[in-house]
Ligand binder design. Structure first.
Ligand code: KG4
Ligand code: ZN
Length: 350
């Protein structure tokens, strides 16, 4: 079965073709980074407009790269929740039009749940990993760390997903982006903070930043205290609303010390909650997804994590927003008869 996936929840216009829920024939992601960079963050109105301009081209490219025509498609899947409403509606409208014109089923997919699916995608022609048979994965512990979401899940199957906890303020990727902004590294800055922290000589103990624990049993996250601690370390504690200095006064060595120390604290906070959630050794697999799962330190610490069975990390191309994860998860929803019709709505909240 060939499913065409569409994803426009934030600032990436994406389309993919996936066979039988796993084999990626094509995955096209058009980033709007250059549209939003001058504003230091995603501007919702500009994001929606850019999706409208890009969606046709991206869908055509995904079909061409997959070596198929639209008539070969068996179903159309779309990330219809959660996300920016003005962005979601573009993908949902395009997916509805395609499904209606082709006379094939339409499947609405939860974008955050789909991130958990991304580690099980494989590229067409790549070796089948027998270890990834679905019956060997569950129950699984899930971690999504992205620019908009940071949450833990218990999965009994790809479609039975229970949320265990999540951020009470900033998402992890948002904290990376804000720290990048404080250090003057541009937007989105997660990759830049990662790169600076990996430089030879970067001291991850140069600054002592707080690791949020919240309540003794809490599976929630908080990153705003850490973000403020970084701000004060770089610019001093504001007096009467004015900061003592700006990041321009920092040497390169100091900047990478800030980046590495922040990254250490942020990753520790996540590993702490993972250990709590995994207590009792109930999980056979740890499934991870979202843009921040591309982070080198987080990846190496997750791979060393004991207590939740096998650790499955997505390839870097499938960490960030993509449509292959949408088409992949849709295959399992369809297997349970969970198909939508043209009344499918774009829903901004979870
Ligand atoms: O999953 P995603 O593409 O979008 C959302 O659904 O939010 O995640 C984007 C986030 C951004 O905050 C970006 O800075 C962060 O992922 N990110 C990283 C890295 N690569 C992307 N954060 C830390 N280290 C990275 N290597
Ligand atoms: Zn995402």
């Amino acid at each position: 079965m060939l499913i065409l996936g569409v994803e426009t929840s934030c600032d990436e216009t994406a389309c993919a073709v996936v066979r039988d829920g796993r084999e990626v024939l094509s995955s096209v992601v058009a980033s709007q980074e250059r549209v939003h960079a001058p504003y230091g963050g995603v501007v919702p109105e500009l994001a929606g407009r850019a999706h409208v301009e890009e969606i046709d081209r991206v869908v055509r490219l995904a079909l061409t790269r997959a070596g198929i025509t639209k008539e070969d498609i068996d179903a159309v899947a779309v990330g219809n929740r959660p996300g920016l409403i003005g962005s979601l509606v573009v993908g949902v409208s395009a997916a509805k039009a395609l499904a209606w014109a082709l006379g094939v089923p339409l499947v609405g997919v939860d974008h955050v749940h789909a991130h958990l699916f991304s580690a099980s995608l494989r590229d067409a022609g790549a070796e089948q990993n027998e270890d990834l048979r679905d019956d060997s994965l569950f129950p699984a512990l899930g971690l999504v760390v992205s620019g908009g979401h940071t949450a833990l899940y218990k999965l009994l199957s790809w479609t039975r997903v229970e949320r265990l906890g999540g951020t009470i303020d900033d998402a992890m990727g948002e904290a990376f982006d804000k720290v990048a902004a404080i250090l003057g590294l541009g937007h989105p800055g997660g990759v830049a903070v990662d790169a600076l922290s990996q430089e030879v000589g970067a001291d991850d103990r140069a600054f002592v930043f707080p690791v949020s624990r919240l309540g003794a049993d809490s599976l929630d996250f908080s990153f705003s205290g850490l973000k403020t601690a970084v701000l004060y370390a770089v610019r001093g504690v504001p007096q009467g609303g004015t900061f003592e200095r700006d990041a321009a006064g920092l040497s390169h060595e100091e900047k990478r010390g800030v980046a590495a120390s922040f990254q250490r604290a942020a990753v520790r906070a996540v590993l702490l909650k993972l250990a709590r959630a995994a207590q009792g050794n109930w999980a056979r697999t740890l499934l991870v997804g979202g843009g921040v799962s591309a982070n080198s330190r987080l990846r190496s610490e997750l791979l060393a994590f004991q207590g939740a069975g096998r650790v499955l990390l997505p390839k870097k191309a499938y960490c960030v927003d993509n449509a292959a994860m949408i088409a992949g998860l849709a295959f399992h929803l369809m297997g349970e008869g969970r198909v939508d019709d043209l009344s499918l709505r774009a829903t901004p909240t979870i």
